[in-house]
Design a protein around this ligand. Sequence first.
Ligand code: NAD
Ligand code: WQD
Length: 338
Amino acid sequence: MKILVTGGTGYIGSHTCVELQQKGYEVIIVDNLSNSNIKVLDAIEKISGIKPAFENFDLADTQKTADFFKRNSDIDGIIHFAAFKAVGESVNLPLKYYYNNLFSLVNILQSMKDNGIDNLVFSSSCTVYGQPEKLPVSENAPIQKAESPYGNTKQISEEIIFDTIKSSNIKGIALRYFNPIGAHESAIIGELPLGVPNCLMPFITQTAIGIRQQLSVFGDDYNTPDGTAIRDYIHIVDLAKAHVIAVERMVNQKMKKTFEYFNLGTGNGYSVLEVIKSFEKVSGQKLNYQIVGRRAGDVEQVWADTNFANDELGWKAQKSLDEMTLSAWNWEKKLNEN
Ligand code: NAD
Ligand code: WQD
């Protein structure tokens, strides 16, 4: 089975390539390296023993995408990770996000139709739920108006896929990720944020290693037990494994509907202070942090109802918060060895 992984040199894509290869899938990556490094291909090979096929081009380029699929019409399924993902940047540069995230999806769907490729796994996000009224949040919860152009691209993308599926043979699985953190246990691949990280985990590890002076904890006046915001952090390898299961479900015709949605989280919510405490415990480092005001656009608390994914996919996140923070720390240390 040959699987196209768009955005395969990125954070989630690289971990998923390894899991696919370890299950015997042939992987071909398309990535324009706008937010990743070509060296990731060697890193994947170091873990799996196989260097994935790779093509470097922009999936928002209609002609290049059509040409690629003409040459690769034997692809059995696609996992579409490629997208821009910086929430704050999307507020200032909305067209950059709408252009990249939506054109690339439309081009891929058109090429799927043109070449008889039927199976698509799409990277969606818990951001589609906003601040849910009921917690844990299930897949049936109402989609809320997006807080950012980035979040809106995920909502619109799900609609584009839904409409395309209705009028074609294409089947889709949208995976709504909660907060993926951590790195592969080998510390050979992990998250590589460009510039100052927006996300909590890389900011913590970069502060501990001395790249950043201090972590700002955004708000301690939320209506939560310790006042800091709560998220459902999920180990990147648990998340990657769910993609392999989603692909298997599709190619083995196990889907119950032509478009399915699954939450990918652990079902546990942890506060910012709990993440910091876990990091301090596993690393033996005292973290320099300070409580500051809330960050605009942050929801107070969200964690996943994972029953549907557990029952239907037969998948359950295995790794604890301590395993997540330890793997993130090991990766940061490895990055800074030289
Ligand atoms: P990432 O930036 O590490 O990986 C995305 C990859 O796509 C990068 O390697 C980038 O170079 C590539 N890319 C972007 N636009 C492209 C284009 N037009 N053509 C070709 N390649 C392109 O991001 P990630 O964290 O691995 O996220 C993967 C997907 O998961 C994204 O769709 C993201 O929106 C989604 N997601 C991520 C998170 C998270 O917290 N990391 C949470 C929810 C959803
Ligand atoms: C987690 C918690 C912050 C940094 C983002 C996107 C979302 C999804 C996942 C793609 C929050 C707090 C953070 C810091 C802090 N991505 N924090 N100090 O905001 O839940 O979700 O990534 O789809 O769309 O919005 O993740 O890691 O940025 O924040 O206190 O320096 O950590 O306020 O409570 P978030 P995050």
